[in-house]
Ligand binder design. Structure first.
Ligand SMILES: C[S@@+](CC[C@H](N)C(=O)[O-])C[C@H]1O[C@@H](n2cnc3c(N)ncnc32)[C@H](O)[C@@H]1O
Length: 267
């Protein structure tokens, strides 16, 4: 019954991530985004307020802007930026998050994959926060950054909030773990989750085996994070005029786990 687990291969050739775009998974993930008990999927409201104030003051210098949020989730940043007078578009491929954003936030929302959707142009700011850049392979990240560059007006800025190299390495070196829940992110039914991580070839690979408590049916989930050095980020952003690193995006609690980068497109 559990041969797939026993005979698992710790590494995976193709790039994989958790199924954010699956309707049921996204419905359960939306609960995590909105939870005020933890900062796992989105930050809690008070932290988002601080980060939006930082983006408004430090990145946009308080000037009304056209902003594009890539991987916007339930629109928690778009909504707040729109309330400050910015014209905002959010793109995300999670159906539940986009439904929630459309019902609860100002701004325009596109349900689609940032790797495939065409971005409009003339943005003052394109942003991708909360480590999402690392959840793409190096080639995918390159294509997303190229599209973001093309979507910016001269003088526009790209704001990234990626993981430093050591943070991805630490995630990949987490010890194996297991837990059981009556219902959770991976199922509405009781399940057991066995999880392990590896770090190899600049990649953290998390593998979770979700075992239905009643049927024993096992589903494997895999999520990958690409580790990048500061030089890798500089290389990725080489078309930009100036690239500035910040230790955090206005939130000391994440120091070391996430940093912020603002890249300026030349006038
Ligand atoms: C960690 S969450 C952050 C959400 C939001 N930025 C926030 O901080 O509240 C990452 C988001 O990226 C979205 N996402 C991941 N891969 C994507 C893709 N290829 N295209 C569009 N959205 C994607 C997920 O659905 C999820 O909403």
């Amino acid at each position: 019954m559990f041969e797939a687990i026993v005979n698992r291969s710790p590494q995976s050739e193709s790039w994989r991530k958790i199924p954010w775009d699956d309707p049921d998974f996204s419905r359960r993930m939306l609960r995590e985004h909105l939870s005020q008990a933890h900062d796992a999927a989105s930050r809690r409201a008070n932290i988002i307020d601080q980060q939006v104030a930082w983006i408004h003051d430090q990145v946009l210098q308080g000037r009304a802007s056209r902003t594009l949020d890539l991987g916007c989730g339930p629109g928690l940043y778009v909504k707040r930026l729109a309330a400050l007078g910015h014209i905002c578009t959010g793109i995300d491929f999670s159906p539940a998050s986009i439904d929630y954003a459309r019902q609860n936030g100002a701004g325009t929302y596109i349900q689609g994959d940032v790797r495939e959707v065409a971005f409009a142009s003339d943005y003052d700011l394109v942003m991708m926060i909360f480590g999402e850049l690392n959840a793409f392979s190096k080639d995918e990240a390159r294509r997303i950054v190229d599209k973001a560059y093309a979507a910016l007006k001269p003088g526009g800025k790209l704001l990234l909030e990626p993981h430093p190299y050591q943070a991805v390495e630490k995630i990949g070196n987490e010890p194996p773990n297991w837990y059981s829940v009556q219902s959770g992110l991976f199922s509405d039914q009781p399940y057991l989750c066995l999880e392990e991580s590896t770090f190899e070839s600049d990649r953290a690979v998390w593998r979770g085996y979700v075992i239905d408590a009643q049927t024993g049916q096992t589903t494997e989930y895999v999520n990958m994070l690409q580790a990048c050095t500061d030089d890798d980020y500089r290389h990725l952003l080489r078309q930009f005029d100036a690239v500035t690193f910040y230790p955090t995006l206005a939130n000391d609690a994440d120091e070391g786990s996430l940093c912020a980068i603002v890249a300026l497109k030349s006038e």
